[in-house]
Design a protein around this ligand. Sequence first.
Ligand code: ADP
Length: 617
Amino acid sequence: MKIQMRMSKLFQKTLLGVIFLFTVIFITISFFSGWNLYRNLAEEYKSKGMAIASSIASSSAETILTLDSATIQAMIDQFLDIEGVAYVFVIDSTGEIISHTFTPAIPSEIKQIAHTHKSGIKDVYIEGMGNFLDIVSPITEGSIGYVHVGMNKTIITQKMWLVLSRQLTLLLLIFLLSVTLAYFMVNKISQPLNKLTEYAKKLLTHDFDAKVDINSKDEIGLLAQTMQSMANNINEVFDRYEFALKDAVLELQDTLAYLTTIIDNMADGLIVVDKDGIVSHVNPAASEMFGKQEFEMVGKNIKILDPELDKLVNKSLIKEEVVSTEINLVDGRVGKAVAKSIKKEYFSEESEAKGLLGSVILIRDITQEKEIDRLKTEFITVVSHELRTPLTSILGFVEIINKKFNDTIISQLNLADEKILKVANKINKNLNIILSEGERITSLIDNILDISKLESGQIYWKFEETSIQEIIINAYKALSSLFEQRGLPCYIEIQPNLPPITVDKERIIQVVINLLSNAIKFTEKGYVKCKASLNGKEVLVSVEDTGIGIPESEKDKIFEKFKQVGDLIRSKPKGTGLGLAISKQIIEAHGGKIWVESEVGKGSTFYFTISLENRGK
Ligand code: ADP
């Protein structure tokens, strides 16, 4: 159907073209030949009429003079038989009609012409008779009269139309022949074109095995062959790519299966969430940790597992760094969740957040580690308690002995005796060592008891409104003698009009003392500077020194318990390694942050923040 439609359209167009062409030819030929014919016939009639008129004029002079009207009548009547002659009449020199061929009467137009028309040819219209050419010939130069011959113009047009109609019939026949010829030719051309179109359609649907049945040697045949060989080439390329694609897919499936196996066999739980916190992947370890099936977790918001996880994810999406928190697992177990945001490799120009895909969370069951840590702390706390009482009495007795020795015994000794002097000095020195080491053990025990209280949450915070200035001054006062002893200047720079803070004053003083005493401990020369300023909605405190500095790798570790920089086995430690751990606990309990920036050999600056919104909750 479609082929026929197409073919007929093509044919219709050709037909329209042929019709248009023929119409133009028809009109042109008809116009020119009609016009030519009319002119020729009119000329022929004119000369015919003139010949008749002059022959009558030359032969009728005598007859008129003799006034033999019957003879004239007989003469003019015979001319009526000549084709085209419509009327003949003869007039005398005064314009009076002598003889005529009109029946039954002379038309009025003729009477008028008889008087006015004296030479040449004139177009005449006679009511009820039609159009005529009136040709005048004078008889003896008009002295006797004139002969008028009327040639019928209607015959001219009739003749013209007859010739034209024959001509048109011939043209019509030629037209019909051309249309039939065009029909067959168009069919012959359009058929292979249709086949080619059908073939092209098949190629469009990727049917490259299809064949096109055109074997002609013309341009269409050439085009068909070219298309066929093109299709064969494409088919080959497709086959090759299909194989390559299959291989790539298999390889990808293998890699995917390998990765999935690794993830599924991980001891740690793995959860992947999108940027809205919706779980998209869970491994079996994570399912087990939360006591839920995979389908109960995937597609749900992470907060159904633990609200802490939701907070962690939000934090990881905002920050670049790895964030962690402790979470509750099933059966009272505890886990440590570590989250990191995942981003696309490229960043959109408009916003970096657009490249954010979500977060990946790793969860490790730390129930056992927590228990061991708890037992360790408990043991240390018990031992510390047990040590504290005897240590207090030992130190008390040593102090008494030292006092008694210096106040009473020394004066009784013969210090002139070099041997006795040496022993006395030795005893004095040893007693001082016992005292200072005892004090070190006491402060270690105090710190251990302190941190175990902080860690277990068994601490009573005494929140009160105070100023950071008061805290810093108090801390400085407690250490002023130490600064003097070490010859180190301490600069204090506090931004004026700082808003009050609500904190456990003694505990924050303890933090500043710890930072200042560390600065003194690790600074040989230079200075120590303590600053406080407003930083958005928090107060920022910094303690800067020009001491030995802290290597980059140790910066985070020093905030852990018992962690000190350097080789503790070979060099004598300068403290207990608990000060910064205690400070961290205190600051975090106030909703703040503590960190250090340092360069080895140049000095360190410790920072901590106190939130102004913290109201001791
Ligand atoms: P300690 O009682 O040993 O000072 P801290 O927890 O206060 O315990 O400090 C831990 C370790 O951090 C120190 O032993 C020291 O190695 C390092 N440290 C702390 N403050 C400074 C400082 N201002 N300069 C250099 N090192 C420091």
